[in-house]
Design a protein around this ligand. Structure first.
Ligand code: ZN
Length: 174
């Protein structure tokens, strides 16, 4: 990219030096949002309370979060399975029509090559829960490379390779 579009690279370094590449994302929080939609939703959620004094505003936010977590906990108790349904749906959609070649190194490690196009190669480790594209580490949701490996294995459920943050158990615990 630096060779093909040096201006774009400079722009990204100056204006988005921490956000434009997955290689710089922390792996502590598992999130697949790369927009500020979450912030906008939160601001909209609390906008009617913004005129409160800071301590009252913080207390109101605490109460709103408490109510939201309780609501989600109740919803979670009605769900069956291991992983949240929208994540399973996403993984099932992503696992269709994978144009990838899997080279199995061991039961837990494989190298996956993109067929046609770039021919990029990615290495994943099911035990460490890593893929060299870093999507798995950053989002907690298996990348398509990982899915290609997992679906090539016999009796290996895709739910097993999703972070605990997306589990129904985590939602029930709140
Ligand atoms: Zn990957």
């Amino acid at each position: 990219m630096e060779e093909a579009k040096p201006d774009a690279t400079n722009y990204l370094r100056q204006c988005h030096n921490k956000l434009w590449t997955r290689s710089q994302f922390s792996t502590i929080c598992k999130v697949d949002y790369v927009t500020n939609n979450l912030t906008e939703s939160f601001n909209n959620w609390i906008k009617q309370y913004k005129s409160l004094n800071l301590d009252d505003l913080m207390d109101k936010i605490r109460q709103l979060l408490m109510l939201k977590w309780n609501q989600r906990r109740k919803i979670g108790k009605k769900l069956d399975g291991l992983i949240l349904p929208h994540i399973i749906k996403l993984l099932n959609e992503k696992s269709r029509e994978l144009s990838l070649e899997v080279a199995e190194c061991s039961k837990e490690v494989a190298e996956v090559t993109t067929l046609g196009g770039s021919g990029f190669r990615f290495v994943m480790n099911l035990v460490d829960r890593t893929c060299s594209c870093r999507q798995w580490q950053v989002s907690g949701i298996s990348s398509k490379h990982t899915l290609a490996f997992v679906t090539s294995l016999a009796n290996e459920p895709i739910e097993k390779h999703v972070d605990f943050y997306y589990s129904i158990e985590a939602m029930q615990e709140g």
